[in-house]
Design a binder for this molecule. Sequence first.
Ligand SMILES: Cc1ncc(COP(=O)(O)O)c(C=O)c1O
Length: 384
Amino acid sequence: MNKIKLKELGIKTIQGIKDSKYGDDVMPAWIADMNLEIAPCIKTGLINMVENSICGYPQTPYDLNLHKIFKHYVKEHFDWKISSENVIFLKDVVQGICRSIYSFTNKGDSVLIQPPVYQPFHSLVNDTGRHLLYNPLIRTENGYQIDFEDFEKKAKSAKLFIFCNPQNPTGRVFSLKELIRLTDICVANKLIVVSDEIHADLVLSRCPHIPLASIGKDIARQTVTLMSASKAYNIAGISLAFGHLESAELKNLFASQAEAIYGNQSILALEAVRIALTEGGEWLKNTLGILRKNRLILQKHVEQNWNHVKYLPGEGTYLAWLDCRNVPTTKSLPKQLLSQSKIAVTEGDAFGAEGEGFIRLNFARNTNEFLTMLEKMDKVLRHG
Ligand SMILES: Cc1ncc(COP(=O)(O)O)c(C=O)c1O
């Protein structure tokens, strides 16, 4: 009776933005969604729910003990000991960043970020009427480094620091030594930190991911940690993120508006995340194997075939940050890759002015497909 004919309305079956933004003939390597199947256990769990029409209002994440599951997960994965009472639930990580900006700063206050960095770090600060303060990462022969002297200067006037680790787009996973130096400065300046650790599980080298708040008691008291299953388990559209806050003062500020303004988590998200954290380990292990292999293939391919491109692989994420400033057609490169190679990448300047002449390439797809992708890119990037 009320069946709407989607075709007549010109509406296609729903797709993710990864696949719908460009034509069907384009391989997407732009947005940070994997081009891989999700874990079978998550798929089965969601199918079971839908088959049983479990699509009504959910129990709370606390009823489902998701805060305790998260506590065990971070102990097992990052050796981070937390109390489950300090865990909160968010729709997504970007919401957590935005809520932190509103909760801990006022209009006109300075918020420190380290470009090149995930675009919303820039736009959220602008959109909330705060002032952006930059501490650009420094590109060296050994990869990107934090400019600590500049950070120390800027930390004096900033009200909030939005940190990204593992870092998008450079792939850096910061070492204990770097984190200690960084946290010492934050503590000395009472600088509140939002630590976006959404890529925490995607570490490809031997060094582990270290949550910033695990460095010491002082930094834990002035940090909001944001994590999520969405990147590592490829369920970003499911929308659920975890926040961790220890200090009563920050918790009070964070809770200053009625919770309803932030909405609830969907019942499907709760189940998908519960399954990811409790049953997704084997799938994640295999996926990390694919990512490590692809990263190595990319590194060799760039060295052997793309003379004008430089790639310093970071320790984590499935995002490669390629320095294409010496490519003769650098300005039009993303457009050329799209039109000639049928590959969609992200333009580097989306991450800040420091990214001009770079492209970000998502290498999370099965290895055979990835080899095809590189071959297609050769058309534009292989020079003499
Ligand atoms: C560093 C970083 N933070 C946050 C997000 C988005 O997270 P969410 O979808 O949970 O808002 C991304 C997505 O790519 C990201 O790379």
